[in-house]
Design a protein around this ligand. Sequence first.
Ligand SMILES: C[S@@+](CC[C@H](N)C(=O)[O-])C[C@H]1O[C@@H](n2cnc3c(N)ncnc32)[C@H](O)[C@@H]1O
Length: 288
Amino acid sequence: MSDICKNWTQWLQKTRFAHMNEEQIQQTFRWLFAIRDVVISKADIKKADKIIDIGCGSGLLGFGVIEKFKDDVEIIFSDKFEDCLEECKKLLGKCDVKYKASFLQSDCLDIKLPDCSVDKAMTRSVLVHIVDKQKAINEICRILKKGGIYSAFEPIIKSNTRYHELTNPDEITDWQTFKEAEDEFMSDMNDPLVNFDAQSIANNLDLAGFSDGDVDVCDTPSTYIATKNSIKQWFMSAPSPDRPTSKERFLKYFDEEKVNNYIEEMQNALHNKMITVNSKTVFIRATK
Ligand SMILES: C[S@@+](CC[C@H](N)C(=O)[O-])C[C@H]1O[C@@H](n2cnc3c(N)ncnc32)[C@H](O)[C@@H]1O
């Protein structure tokens, strides 16, 4: 694992943007802020609410709440990893006003809060990193008060456009076997990134005891001109600090020479071509 990918803070600040130019980074931030606003709005926050941002990272949701509701509400920044909470503390220290904020280092599979103790719980791209999503959603339900709301956003990575869909079998050596490998690792039930979809999340909400779990599916097509470099980054970017890159995933099936050749042929087939890739995501809203 490269140095850049040592922990979540570094991943959030650097690794996830490594393959992007400045314009793409700004576009990503606009997209993240738009998501943040929807998650916060669906949480239906009221004065004096106690709200938890679970897997807060650098506090996208928590600081969004502070920006909108100032000290009318109480916010708990919670993450499994200390570096994330340190980052949020640092950012909060830069604010002039004193807010009702606290920090909780806790695994979302075992949240260190009593039953029925918060009004609202929010996550963004956290469940996607948890193998046992049912257990995490049970915990979220447990800590919510009766009538409390869970609002979240998650990417459904298993439904994203796959590499092989962008090329034809006659452009790529062993296209079919690479397709089969990709299909297999994109449906690995032990891989948190791909072991779920909108329906399984809806089932998780029901089983946890939420009364009106709603999972709103969005398709976001993105059309752009691929370059050799952008294609290389698809294979080299780590999806999180602790998960393998796509290249590493293919290396479980083929030797390095074959994988390098596959990447090179993909680069040659797609360089300077206009491509459209689709990302599927969900907004989750559920009341206890
Ligand atoms: C993709 S980041 C999202 C961060 C933040 N929610 C945001 O919207 O920018 C995933 C976050 O989940 C946290 N995380 C991963 N596993 C966790 C776990 N088991 N319990 C709690 N947080 C976890 C990571 O530390 C990281 O901050």
